[in-house]
Design a protein around this ligand. Structure first.
Ligand SMILES: *[C@@H]1O[C@H](CO)[C@@H](O)[C@H](O)[C@H]1NC(C)=O
Length: 396
């Protein structure tokens, strides 16, 4: 009666296979709900183990999220850096080529509703520059201050970026300027862009510039900023090359608050704070790359719970981000983003949580991540080592 290979099969085996098929059909939607379930789809599993496999899979995904070894979840380093009683609002953080983090803080100064008037002019210039060292390197292991500079120069610190050669790029929203200091920092800036205390929108002025990104190929990108909502590209000597075109069809930026370069993917990611999204136009870094702003090369990450995204930093092709207070429904926390997939890979944070994270940075080795907070002022360190535990994943 039976034909083919079924004829040689004992009836008991046929019945158990039928049972397995029915089970698989019933459970088919379950692995699809858990992302990564495809790793199990083609695998032969004995029916009694099937539930356990599914349960394991779900637990693994929910509890550990370590399915992405190239994008490890940041794990807080408790007790680092120890008390820093002199710390003011920490607006920026970056990491030197030697792995020590550098913070940019406001000392006794704060940014409040009366700091600027309706034409974006700073109203406290007569108080003078901040009389304490505003740029402080902390030891990456002990957290102790290693060196400090930037006294009597800045009025309202915002962004800091240490480039691959050890130069420090700083933005001051009161001065409406961007500065480049040589390695070591002391002394006069090597480069000053923008006009001191004068907000503007032309080629030679900024308005509350927020952040700088520097490519290994030398290009300098400035997020400008709270009022102009544009990204400008300069050459290494500070000559304006262009306003970076944003992908076509996208609404204009609203407060580009931080930048992160994905040099391998040739994308410049922008924390588009008030639009609650991360926009990554083509950066056009190398000859032969898609031209800057090429809409086909652009990426957009816009999940509903991202909120006002303040800080972003790249680790390879992955972007770590922090949001700030947005609404009751949107928690303040960290995100791990895959811009090219336009996806959120993970959500994370310290215990018991962030208050007002403002910037973050990943060290050049990719092993640590730092978050700067305004109020209460603090700096947090997170490990980015992939977890060492042996995983059961079947992913190759
Ligand atoms: C803002 O302040 C500057 C001087 O600090 C003044 O010249 C300008 O008129 C003020 N703008 C407004 C709208 O009040």
């Amino acid at each position: 009666m039976a034909t083919g290979s079924g004829a040689t099969e004992p009836p008991s085996s046929r019945a158990s296979r039928l049972r397995l098929i029915v089970l698989l059909l019933l459970l088919l939607p379950v692995p699809l709900l858990a992302r990564g379930g495809d790793a199990y789809a083609g695998q032969q599993v004995a029916a009694p183990d099937f539930y356990a496999e599914i349960r394991d899979l779900l637990n693994q995904r929910l509890a550990l999220q370590d399915e992405f070894p190239w994008a490890p979840r940041p794990r807080e380093v408790p007790g680092w850096p120890g008390p820093l009683p002199w710390l003011g609002e920490v607006s920026g953080v970056s990491v030197r080529p030697d792995g020590h983090p550098v913070i940019f803080h406001r000392g006794p100064r704060i940014w409040d509703a009366r700091s600027f008037n309706a034409s974006e002019q700073y109203q406290r210039a007569e108080e003078g520059a901040i009389p304490v060292e505003t740029v402080v390197t902390l030891h990456r292991v002990t957290g102790e201050p290693l060196d400090a500079w930037g006294r009597d120069f800045f009025y309202l610190p915002h962004g800091i970026t240490v480039d691959a050669l050890g130069n420090t790029w700083l933005t001051d929203v009161a001065l409406h300027q961007v500065f480049k200091f040589p390695p070591g920092g002391e002394g006069r800036p090597e480069l000053a862009l923008g006009e001191r205390f004068v907000p503007g929108a032309g080629p030679h002025r900024f308005c509350k510039p927020t952040s700088v990104a520097v490519a290994r190929t030398g290009q300098v990108f400035v997020a400008d900023g709270y009022c102009n909502s544009r990204v400008l590209e300069f050459n290494a000597r500070g000559r304006l090359l262009r306003e970076l075109p944003m992908p076509e069809g996208l609404s204009p930026l609203r407060v580009p608050h931080a930048l992160a370069l994905l040099e391998g993917a040739d994308l410049l990611c922008v924390a588009d704070r008030e639009n609650r999204r991360v926009v990554c136009p083509a950066a056009g870094l190398r000859v032969g790359d898609p031209p800057p702003g090429d809409p086909l090369a652009a990426a957009l990450v816009h999940p509903p719970d991202l909120g006002r995204v303040y800080g972003i930093a790249a680790r390879g092709d992955v972007v770590y981000a922090v949001n700030g207070p947005t609404s009751r429904q949107i928690p303040v926390r960290g995100f791990t983003l895959d811009p090219q997939a336009e996806e959120v890979l993970d959500r994370w944070g310290p215990v018991p949580g962030f208050a007002s994270p403002h910037a973050l940075a990943v060290c050049p080795s990719g092993r640590a991540l730092y978050v700067a907070e305004l109020d209460p002022p603090r700096v947090l360190k997170f490990d980015l080592r992939p977890p060492l535990r042996v995983r059961r994943s079947t992913r190759a």
